[in-house]
Design a protein around this ligand. Structure first.
Ligand code: R5P
Length: 300
């Protein structure tokens, strides 16, 4: 196996390679002065399993270089090309919200499935779809960050109450709470537009004295968290710790969340960000190792 990193993914790729005890592959990816992509392979990949680490945050800039590298690896004799995309983009436009819209989660899945052999990702936003197989035609391995979040909470937050902002968060919030040995609450959310979110007021009277820990898969505009932080402060709770698996933080979202009264904002390094405190490299490597042994041995 050889692990390649698209620009911006080198630290994570090195971390995974270190845990797995495999080599990182050498390649050059850069822009020509006119903005087009230049891609060059600088190592042998013949009959090897190539892995490309490319988190798909701001995916429109990444998809073409990713496509070129995957094609080049295949043409250069790689036996398979796996994409490790810790954050998988285009999972939220998963239905027709308004007439005439593109359901881009479907289009993106068709595109990725056409040029990589398998996909490994962390907590993809599976809301209206039950599994990746409903979207992707390649084998997909989904990894859950919940155990890492629970470990962090156990280590750093005394007496927590875990809070999820909406019904779809229950799947990971309940798991995080169980492993952190803490109670949890799930709120109700209505999104009126990209920047207008309404979250129900949490009933927290029974939890006064606990530290609220808000947990969500994605923090994008942070409006979901900001609204919840506001409710908790009005209810007289301590300043909450906010944890996002994927720190997308569009525009000034991070600064806005801190200013709204979060005690701490914590994230996984699925996307590089100053809030990264939870390292996913070891978990990715462990799962990849087991996955490769089974799927590749069976010739998939
Ligand atoms: C949505 O359903 C997700 O689970 C998150 O709650 C959402 O992506 C957060 O978005 P924002 O930070 O823009 O409120």
């Amino acid at each position: 196996m050889k692990i390649f990193a698209l620009p911006g993914n080198t630290l994570l790729a090195r971390g995974i390679a270190h845990h797995l005890g495999v080599e990182t592959g050498e390649s050059t990816l850069r822009r020509f002065p006119d903005g087009e992509s230049y891609v060059r392979l600088l190592c042998e990949v013949e009959r090897q399993h190539a892995v490309i680490v490319c988190t798909l945050f701001q995916p429109d800039d990444k998809i073409l270089p990713l496509y070129y590298l995957a094609r080049l690896l295949k043409e250069s004799g790689a036996q398979s090309v796996t994409l490790v995309a810790p954050y998988l983009a285009y999972m939220r436009q998963d239905k027709l919200f308004n007439p005439g819209e593109a359901v881009t989660s479907n289009y993106f899945a068709v595109l990725l499935s056409s040029f990589v052999d398998r996909l490994i990702t962390i907590d993809p936003h599976l809301h209206r779809h039950g599994s990746m197989a409903e979207l992707y035609t390649i084998p997909c391995k989904v990894i859950h960050a919940a155990p890492l979040l629970s470990d962090w909470i156990r280590q750093y937050v005394a007496n927590p109450i875990i809070i999820g902002p909406d019904s779809e968060s229950e799947q990971w919030v309940s798991e995080v709470a169980a492993k952190a040995d803490a109670p949890y609450l799930v709120l109700k959310k209505v999104r009126h537009s990209d920047n207008d979110v309404e979250v129900s007021t949490p009933v927290v009277a029974a939890y006064q004295g606990r530290i609220p820990v808000l947990v969500d898969d994605i923090i994008s505009t942070a409006h979901t968290m900001i609204e919840t932080v506001g409710h908790l402060r009005v209810a007289g709770m301590a300043a909450p710790v906010c944890i996002g698996v994927h720190p997308v933080f569009a525009g000034n979202a991070y600064e806005d969340l801190v200013a709204a009264g979060a005690a701490e904002v914590i994230s996984c390094n699925t996307i590089q960000h100053p809030s990264n405190r939870i390292d996913v490299a070891g978990m990715l490597a462990t799962v990849m190792s087991a996955y490769y042994q089974t799927t590749i041995q069976h010739g998939q």
